[in-house]
Design a protein. Structure first.
Length: 658
């Protein structure tokens, strides 16, 4: 493979913090790389250096950045710039300065032409403007703007962004991320750098994006907390640790296995050396007379042995120690919502839904962006009241809420001051007392970091700090809104393990598929102003989502459930029996092939769903579900039969023409 770039002697430091220490890195054409590392340890810094947005420190030997002659990079940032008075369409030009200036000149000419037309200026002046406009349009074409911009708008539509004149500042976080996906996927750059591209996105969009990465021939690097995405898209792992950049050829899952084996080897080595160290310590501590006769080399070896053990221990895997506290409450039903409707003005989010939250429930709430997940959380917490319906909650119910938003963080003070609240100890509502330093170290904050202003922390470090604040006290219900956004994978893994073993009640809104699957046992899908309840968890809901998607595709075919096969006298049949196939028929032939694929996939999934039923434990609800699936399957198979007959006739005409 062609080497695109090589970094050597990369050094980058901040006060009290070493990011890179004489690190090396190389990137080859066609590689798909996942970038790992603790928050604040250099992932985004590496991207900025590759993109030319940040310079490393001056060092000896000097930093070297060797690049291929065609080297080009497009960085899709984690935080999209929020610009005023810019439409979705024009936002594109903010990422292409070479196009932006020409676009501004074209806009000026268009304005002048409009003014001249209203003033009825002579044809000579208008001709000059037209000539200049043509020249600028030719320049845009030479730069390749038309192809890139067309790809950008196509991807926007692909991700459901239809209004390209909407103002950027009016968009939600999920909509901004969709624009980021469109920008990255349409870029002609040789290397695409994706910094947490799936934050705030719904499952459907994440899966569409995942498919694009899988089918792409582009070289890319991706920082992501989505383990499913990493497992399915990358073939090399780069791990930033202790100021160095480690590389592993393989998938994310293979890298985890490698790390476990490496950690096991390190533990065995530490154990072996520690036993030897104890014997040597006993020898070195003998009396003064014996010490005078000791071998100088053996004493030096003892000193080296101590250093080796300390070095191995420092490299051992350190992980956050989180502690989610259950209140220990024994009440069976914590909250009961009956016949709830929720609306804002003319917009209806929920209509006549009923649900309960029982002690020990672990519930995932999923659904597309904008369907009302955050509003449902606010309803559960009592921050908003339903438009209609009855809400009953246990007496003195306590709810802890972890938000993905950071607006309330006091940026000027330190983590020590914020967590300790003016004293040296963290005291929970149960009376538990821990020193602030020890408490923050459990959340992977080093001693030198806890006295720095919060504003100097990375996005992920701020998220980890919010977790530390959030987990100080015990609660009856813990609610997490997008808990994995911006967290590094190591912290996510620990949080996941903690919540998986937590005996209390959890409600989680999130888009990290692995996290949701591993932590929760129930899944609530908000869809069409209702809540679909899946006691089988996320995997059961995921199958339903796939079926919905296929059903949606099938509905676009505009085939009536009762449409009979065309008879010999119908115009459609007569039109298919010509000796030559028309352009229109050829288009129809390709369309029928595509539609058959969609319907056959839908049919296959329905059959799998029917086969998965446990017929030995059928109740009324399951019987109704089964009957609906069987009815849907019969209708789909009838559609397939109709389309297949049409396809066979068109196939004969196509082959006849050949």
């Amino acid at each position: 493979m062609t080497t695109l770039c090589t970094l050597q002697n990369l050094t980058l430091t901040y006060p009290h913090k070493i990011i890179f220490n004489q690190a090396t890195f190389s990137l080859s054409e066609g590689e798909k790389i996942g970038v790992l590392g603790l928050n604040g340890h250099g992932k985004t810094s590496l991207f900025k250096i590759l993109a030319g947005h940040q310079n490393p420190d001056i060092s000896v030997p000097p930093f070297q950045f060797d690049r291929n002659k065609d080297f080009s990079v497009f960085l899709v940032p984690q935080e999209m710039p929020m610009l005023k008075n810019i439409s979705v369409a024009d936002y594109f030009f903010e990422f292409y300065p070479q196009f932006k200036q020409v676009k501004q000149d074209l806009d000026k000419i268009a304005a002048m032409m409009g003014q001249n037309q209203s003033k009825k200026t002579d044809d000579v002046e208008l001709g000059k403007l037209l000539e200049k406009q043509t020249m600028l349009l030719d320049k845009m074409h030479e730069l390749g703007e038309d192809k890139i911009y067309s790809a950008y708008t196509s991807y926007l539509k692909y991700f459901g962004m239809e209004n390209h004149q909407a103002s950027i500042e009016s968009l939600s976080g999920g909509e901004l991320r969709k624009i980021a996906l469109a920008l990255g996927l349409s870029s002609p750059a040789q290397i695409i750098l994706w910094d947490e591209p799936t934050n705030h996105l719904d499952f459907e969009t994440i899966e569409l994006f995942e498919g694009e990465l899988q089918n792409s021939n582009k070289t890319f690097m991706i920082i992501s907390h989505d383990r499913t995405l990493l497992n399915n898209t990358v073939d090399r792992i780069v791990h930033i640790q202790h100021g160095t950049i480690r590389s592993f050829k393989g998938t994310y899952a293979e890298y985890l296995t490698f790390l476990q084996e490496e950690e096991h080897r390190r533990e065995k080595e530490i154990d072996k050396l520690s036993n030897y160290h104890r014997r040597e310590t006993a020898w070195i501590r003998r009396g003064a007379k014996a010490r005078r006769t000791k071998s100088k080399k053996r004493i030096q070896d003892y000193s080296n042995l101590t250093s080796t053990i300390q070095d191995l221990k420092s490299k051992s895997h350190k992980q956050a120690s989180l502690a989610v506290k259950d209140s220990g409450r024994k009440t069976k039903i914590l909250a009961d919502f009956q016949n709830i409707s929720l609306s804002f003005g003319d917009r209806i989010l929920l209509k006549d839904v009923s649900f309960k939250i029982a002690n020990g429930d672990k519930i995932a709430i999923i659904g597309k962006n904008g369907v009302g997940k955050s509003s449902l959380l606010s309803l559960i917490m009592g921050k908003i009241q339903p438009s209609t319906g009855i809400v009953k909650t246990a007496e003195n119910l306590s709810i802890g809420f972890f938000s993905q938003k950071r607006e309330d963080l006091p940026l000027e003070i330190s983590p020590w001051q914020w967590i300790g609240e003016g004293i040296d100890y963290v005291i929970s509502n149960t009376g538990e007392k821990r020193h602030v330093t020890t408490y923050l170290e459990n959340f992977l904050f080093r001693t030198e970091e806890i006295k720095r202003p919060i504003k100097t922390l990375s996005g992920g470090e701020k998220n980890r700090l919010q977790l530390a604040k959030f987990m100080k006290n015990s609660q009856d219900i813990w609610i997490f809104d997008e808990p994995t956004n911006d967290l590094d994978l190591e912290t996510i893994g620990v949080l996941e393990e903690e919540l998986k073993n937590f005996p209390g009640t959890l409600v989680i809104v999130g888009h990290d598929r692995s996290f949701i699957e591993n932590v929760t046992s129930k899944c609530w899908l908000i869809h069409d102003k209702k809540i679909e309840f899946f006691d089988g968890g996320f995997s059961q809901a995921e199958f339903y989502l796939e079926a919905l998607s296929l059903e949606n595709e099938a509905s676009k075919l505009n085939i009536s459930k009762t449409t009979p096969p065309p008879d010999s006298s119908s115009p459609e049949k007569q039109n298919l029996e010509g000796s030559k196939i028309s352009f229109k028929d050829r288009q129809r032939y390709e369309e029928v092939q595509k539609n058959l694929n969609v319907l056959e996939t839908y049919s296959s999934n329905l059959k799998k769903k029917i086969e998965s039923f446990d017929y030995g434990s059928m109740d009324k609800q399951k019987t109704q579900e089964l009957e609906k699936l069987q009815t849907d399957l019969a209708q789909v198979e009838k559609k397939v039969e109709v389309l297949f007959e049409e396809w066979a006739q068109l196939e004969e005409k196509v082959n006849g023409q050949k």
